[in-house]
Ligand binder design. Structure first.
Ligand SMILES: [Zn+2]
Length: 134
């Protein structure tokens, strides 16, 4: 069983302690994605072992401009990040789903001046929730 510390790491942008880690692997190569559910900061890493030793091949960090999660009634959904300033129409659509259509989840936007993410709509779900409690 993986330890919690293997599943999360600290966000390099806002400092949130539980940026989420996803990994995928295939023979000779693996990829790791760390995404902060608060500000949207994302790090992508590719690892390989061409000569038998694990080696970091590529790493890229993306600035977060916000994050959101949209859970339809009775359904399930993961976390998403904005890597550029989202259009007003996108924000409006997400707010409508959260505030008028009964979807669960939240929307944050990065406040550059304040240096932190602001909760714009909805409410964050539990940090370590089970798959669905709808
Ligand atoms: Zn963050």
């Amino acid at each position: 069983m993986e330890k919690l510390s293997d599943m999360h790491e600290k966000c390099r942008q806002c400092g949130f302690g539980y940026a989420r880690i996803d990994t995928e692997g295939w023979p000779g190569n693996s990829a790791r994605r760390v995404m902060c559910p608060v500000c949207g900061w994302t790090r992508l890493e590719e690892h390989g072992w061409p000569d038998g030793k694990p080696r970091l091949l590529k790493r890229s960090d993306s600035h977060g401009f916000g994050a959101y999660r949209l859970v339809p009634p009775g359904g399930y959904s993961g976390y998403n990040a904005f890597h550029c300033v989202p259009d007003a129409a996108v924000i409006h659509h997400i707010r409508e789903l959260l505030e008028c259509k009964g979807w669960k989840g939240y929307l944050t936007l990065w406040d550059e001046a304040a240096g932190r993410a602001r909760l714009v709509a909805g409410s964050p779900l539990q940090k370590f929730e089970s798959a669905s409690n709808a």
